[in-house]
Design a protein around this ligand. Structure first.
Ligand code: ATP
Ligand code: MG
Length: 708
């Protein structure tokens, strides 16, 4: 029954296929013949009056031009509009048209070639070329000899069912398209993508020739920003529709959310200019819905059919309106995004140009932003600093305190401020004032932290200097008060002595012998010398503290020096025994003799002063290649341990000195001298047992210098 032609058809007998019908034929008597005629009439009347179209054709040719029609029933005429005489002798191909499925026709042809019955669904065309769907059943009919002689085709009109099915499919598709586009809008913030997807999907769904989106411009012209086209249809993309094509009444019409439904442009009452423009672009039917953004007309979504007029379905119109609404949402979303991006960019620009170091943390406390100033300061990349990376730059001594402060503030969503050291790009640590503040979204939910670090090293240093200056001033004040109390005490005694002796000399000298006068004069001299010694010490200390104590080493005979020193001390103190011993072969030394004398004199005179009458003082000298050690040991009153650490402070005297005179300056000067010589001094003492001072000095000996 196919109108498609391939090879010349083969008569049934020439094939190897089962050509025999299952019918058995035999000669029949007259009565039986009449009965059979009757049955045939009945059958014919069924066929004639059947609701389904019945077509009987010859058995062949199956290939072109196809078997000729021998019979059609009334139903055929009703359904197709063809009268019997119009189709008899023709082939069923007259019923086929552009939408008749070629594959189904091939299937039919194959069935006919093999003499198989077949049931298919097909689009046929009426005489007026309108389409209708049929369910087509074709069976071969054999003659009494078993040869297939005819085809009987029964066609049932299933257009309604097919339309219902199609409608169902389209409904499903509409839902799908709507869901797809909505999802796309939610997922994508790329407006261009969204608009393109929308027009593509709509075109596919409505089987349209052109779908486009106009954007209303500030001058009320419209500009076509997106388009989807069927091949062969001219493009309108990028066109601007001038005001005359989109007058004010149109804008008002669409601004009210109304839809323009034009099934046939030729009969439409559109303004002639617009009509001409559209016709120029082959538009036959169009459907236009407004795209509103926050109740303002943003543009239009238009669907064109360009081959023929088109009856727009209500469901399609509604879908288009819904999609236009979604596009409106997408537009608002993308505007919000653009605004957010703008503000983000502004923030970044501000943050990066700010002179302070800025950081931000997410809701888990992980640092997720550092401004350019931070990165420049640390000399590290953003990647290196992110997460926990920044911690590498924090000074090890400050790290734990910083983490503890940050963690506890974070738990409580509180601000914090801490001073910590942060490594600069040059490897130096700088003090920064680190401030963190929690951030919250407009709905009150926690959004993380934002913080800043300000370099306060200079301030810190200034603070430190100030603190030191204050301390120095305090020390100076203490020194002054100690000096005042010392002078008032220590100078008063010799001054009183001088005053008393001079008064006595003034009033009674005429009564005294020369020897008596000499004694008083001697007393005055001793008192004056004592004061001179004290003043010398004060002056020396003053110059030592001012860093003016000079170090002038010379080569001298250390052994001879020690002997002379001890002999002189022994001469001035007849109540004590001063011993000297050497634990090594004494080298010639390169030292400041004057400073060394000062040191040893002070230690020896202390040892004598704080020892009972008859006490033994031992000075021991030992050396190796690098250093000399001078030990001065006594068996005197000793020094309480509480005082031992303060012995070298000016004016400090131990609690157990009793009435033993002294200014507390001697050891302070000793310490300064030892420091200037690059040595060190230590003390070991026990109250009522004795004291040992050890002075260790670096040695440049003659052993080391050839020729000296
Ligand atoms: P001066 O300035 O006249 O020497 P001073 O002896 O009191 O006065 P320093 O020589 O500086 O001052 O000694 C400080 C203090 O250390 C002494 O007052 C004394 O308490 C303690 N001291 C120093 N040497 C000895 C020692 N060998 N035995 C016990 N106490 C000592
Ligand atoms: Mg002393």
């Amino acid at each position: 029954m196919s109108s498609e032609s391939t090879d010349a058809s083969l008569p049934p007998a020439a094939t190897n296929l089962p050509l025999k019908a299952p019918l058995q034929f035999c000669s029949i008597p007259e009565v039986a013949h009449q009965q059979q005629q009757e049955r045939l009439r009945l059958l014919e009347s069924v066929v004639v009056h059947a609701n389904d179209s019945v077509i009987i054709t010859e058995a062949d040719p199956i290939q072109s031009p196809g078997p000729r029609i021998l019979y059609v029933n009334d139903a055929f005429t009703r359904v197709t509009g063809y009268r019997a005489e119009e189709v008899l002798g023709k082939t069923p191909r007259i019923l086929h048209g552009p939408k008749t499925d070629r594959a189904t026709l091939a299937k039919i042809r194959l069935a006919l070639q093999t003499w198989q019955p077949i049931l298919v669904e097909l689009v046929n065309y009426r005489k007026d070329r309108s389409e209708f769907w049929v369910e087509l059943s074709i069976v071969p009919v054999a003659d009494s000899t078993g040869w297939y002689t005819h085809w009987v085709a029964i066609q049932r009109d299933i257009t309604e069912r097919k339309l219902a099915e199609e409608e169902f499919r389209r409904q499903h598709l509409r839902r799908q398209v709507f869901a797809d586009i909505t999802l796309k809008i939610r997922q994508s913030l790329q407006l261009e993508d969204i608009l393109q997807t929308t027009v593509d999907e709509i075109r596919q769904l409505l089987d349209a020739d052109r779908v486009l989106i106009h954007n209303l411009q500030p001058d009320n012209t419209t500009w076509i920003v997106t388009e989807s086209l069927q091949t062969g249809i001219p493009s309108l993309l990028g066109q601007t529709l001038p005001l005359e094509l989109f007058p004010a009444e149109q804008r008002i019409f669409f601004n009210q959310g109304q839809v323009r439904v034009v099934p046939n442009l030729d009969t439409d009452e559109a303004p002639s200019q617009l009509k001409e423009f559209l016709q120029h672009f082959q538009v036959k039917a169009r459907l236009v819905v407004p795209i509103l953004q926050r109740d303002q007309l943003w543009g239009l979504l238009a669907v064109h059919q360009c081959t023929q007029p088109h009856q727009w379905l209500q469901a399609d119109i509604e879908l288009l309106q819904q999609l236009a609404d979604q596009v409106g949402i997408a537009l608002s979303q993308s505007q919000l995004l653009a605004a957010a991006l703008e503000s983000e960019q502004r923030f970044r620009a501000m943050a990066n140009s700010a002179p302070v170091l800025l950081w931000m943390a997410d809701i888990d406390g992980q640092l997720n932003f550092f401004n350019q100033s931070w990165l420049t300061f640390t000399g590290r990349t953003l990647k290196q600093e992110l997460g926990q990376g920044w911690a590498e730059g924090v000074h090890a001594d400050d790290y734990q305190y910083l983490i503890d402060t940050y963690s506890s503030a974070f738990q409580l969503r509180q601000s914090f401020q801490i001073e910590n050291r942060l490594r600069r790009a040059d490897g130096k640590y700088r003090w920064v004032l680190n401030t963190g503040t929690p951030r919250f979204h407009p709905d009150g939910s926690f959004a993380g932290y934002i913080g800043s670090c300000v370099d306060i090293s200079d301030r810190k240093q200034a603070e430190l200097k100030l603190l030191r200056a204050l301390e120095q001033e305090k020390e100076l004040n203490e020194l002054k008060s100690r000096f005042i109390s010392m002078t008032s005490h220590e100078f008063r005694t010799p001054l009183s002595t001088i005053l008393a002796s001079s008064e006595l000399l003034e009033y009674y000298s005429h009564l005294w012998s020369d020897t008596e006068k000499q004694e008083h004069l001697k007393t005055i001299q001793i008192a004056v010398q004592h004061m001179i010694k004290m003043l010398d010490e004060v002056l020396m200390l003053g110059s030592a503290e001012a860093g003016k104590l000079s170090y002038r080493p010379t080569w001298f005979d250390l052994e001879g020096f020690c002997h002379t020193l001890v002999t002189q001390i022994q001469l001035s103190s007849t109540h004590h025994l001063v011993n000297l011993s050497f634990n090594c072969l004494m080298p010639k030394a390169y030292m400041d003799e004057k400073l060394l004398r000062h040191v040893l004199n002070n230690l020896l005179s202390n040892a004598i002063k704080y020892s009972p009458v008859g006490g033994v003082v031992l000075m021991e000298v030992s050396c190796d290649e690098q250093q000399m050690v001078f030990s001065v040991k006594d068996q005197g009153i000793g020094i309480p341990s509480a005082d031992q650490c303060r012995l070298f402070e000016t004016f400090h005297r131990a609690a157990n000195v009793g009435t033993i005179p002294g200014t507390g300056l001697g050891l302070a000067i000793v310490k300064q001298c030892v420091d200037v010589m690059g040595g060190r001094i230590t003390v070991a003492s026990e109250v009522d047992v004795g004291t040992e001072f050890r002075v260790t000095l670096p040695l440049i000996s003659s052993h080391l210098l050839p020729g000296v």
